[in-house]
Design a protein around this ligand. Structure first.
Ligand code: PGA
Ligand code: ZN
Length: 417
């Protein structure tokens, strides 16, 4: 039984308003969830409700979403008996009544869902990750994917690819993986500064140097990995990319570093990149509306490269099912606020698992110190988490949560699995 529920408007890491939702179930103390928010969003994501009142936060206020939690949602669920999170989430979906959660706001609904999961775990006396573990699944500590160079919609530089991540696949433990990430980040800062580049940070805590071509960034990254004393590759520290190609797909072409590429030319560019550099994973290599291109990309590289769908799948169970049937990728990015409830997120993860697709849990570029996704990654045993650079409090909060979980649970395995 939910005994209390309320929300307030707080700030996210980009200084934009978001929600903090506070909830309690009978016999347990109150818990709070902070709601994340993206910048390079997929068009089919659940709808984030913003006020649009230009006089407050340039229209980005969330007082209507806050009002929906404190008003309609609280009235519907407070004092009511729910068998579990699934039942609550279904009630929220029904109450909203739209396909995209646009009436009450996915930001309102996801905050309630996350807070409820946390409260239910607490009242069950188990850590959140254990509460989120599906039947028959073995929890594990995920490989952290540190986004150390930011471009695209997350930085003011000319770099078209959005994210360059380092993934310590070969680390013996999560704690050692975090150490590798931080040591390589420090080396990279030195290399950039030494070459006269800015070491200012982008939205996810990675550096945002004035470098134009992705290959130049990759060359630097391999240097940083090796200078820090690690092997660059799958047996050491590999590289993962999120070009977020929907953002540079214009008028039917991929516009990268001054070039205009067709889908097939873009695919060949990735083939070259994965030959030359230890890139093991590419997310959103093509645009969300280029399904035919995705199918050809998967046929060309899917055997040896993880091809992760983010904007194209938006953590939506129905879209993911269709994408699996059409063989457009081999992996899904998982963001709780893209679909709007924890239950539907777990459903998309299950669909991927059963189809043999890998899953990578993800933060958003706008975050709070909420560390929910660290527990989600451990509990679902998916083996992969991306949550920015090993810097900035809202990113580090998640990595530190993983370290804390590892310290308290020595038997949890680490790695992709
Ligand atoms: P977003 O970016 O949170 O700004 O949408 C993250 C991503 O594209 O993976
Ligand atoms: Zn992405």
């Amino acid at each position: 039984r939910i005994s209390s529920l309320s929300a307030i408007e707080i700030l996210d890491s980009r200084s934009r308003p978001t929600l903090a939702v506070t909830l309690a179930v009978d016999g347990a103390t109150q818990v709070t969830a902070g709601v994340p928010s993206g910048a390079s969003t997929g068009t089919r994501e659940a709808v984030e409700l913003r006020d649009g009142d230009k006089a407050r936060y340039g229209g980005l206020g969330v007082t209507r979403a806050v009002g929906n939690v404190n008003g309609e949602i609280a009235a519907a669920v407070r004092g009511r008996e729910f068998a579990g999170l699934g039942e609550l989430d279904r009630a929220l979906i029904e109450l909203d009544g739209t396909e995209t959660k646009s009436r009450l706001g996915a930001n309102a609904i996801v905050g309630v869902s996350m807070a409820a999961a946390r409260a239910l775990a607490q009242s069950a006396g188990v850590p959140l990750w254990r509460y989120l573990t599906p039947e028959g699944v073995a929890p594990r500590l995920p490989v952290p994917h540190f986004n150390v160079v930011n471009g695209g919609a997350h930085a003011a530089n000319n770099l078209d690819f959005q994210e360059f991540m380092i993934a310590p696949l070969g680390a013996p433990t999560l704690t050692e993986a975090v150490r590798a990430g931080a040591e390589i980040y420090a080396k990279l800062r030195g290399l950039l500064a030494g070459a006269g580049h800015s070491v200012g940070l982008g939205d996810e805590g990675g550096f945002a140097p004035q470098i134009d071509t992705p290959e130049d960034v990759l060359t630097l990254l391999v240097h940083a990995i090796e200078d820090a004393g690690y092997r660059a590759g799958r047996d050491g520290v590999a590289i993962a990319l999120d070009p977020a190609a929907s953002e540079f797909h214009r008028a039917g072409f991929y516009q990268v570093a001054g070039e205009k590429l067709s889908s097939d030319e873009m695919i060949e560019r990735y083939a070259l990149i994965t030959d030359r550099f230890p890139v093991y994973s590419i997310e959103d290599g093509l645009a969300e509306d280029d399904w035919d291109g995705w199918t050809r990309l998967n046929a060309r590289l899917g055997e040896r490269v993880q091809l992760v769908g983010d904007d194209i799948l938006v953590t939506n169970p129905a879209i993911t099912t269709e994408a699996i049937a059409k063989n457009v990728a081999n992996s899904a990015l998982i963001k709780v606020n893209q679909i709007g409830t924890v239950t539907e997120t777990l459903e998309t993860i299950r669909i991927c698992r059963e189809a043999g697709w890998t899953q990578m849990i993800s933060h958003r570029s706008g975050e709070t110190p909420d560390d929910f996704i660290a527990d989600l990654a451990v509990g679902t045993g998916c083996g992969q988490l991306k949550t920015g650079a090993p810097a900035r409090g809202e990113r580090v909060a998640k990595y530190n949560r993983l370290i804390t979980i590892e310290a308290a649970n020595e038997n949890l395995p680490y790695g992709l699995g």
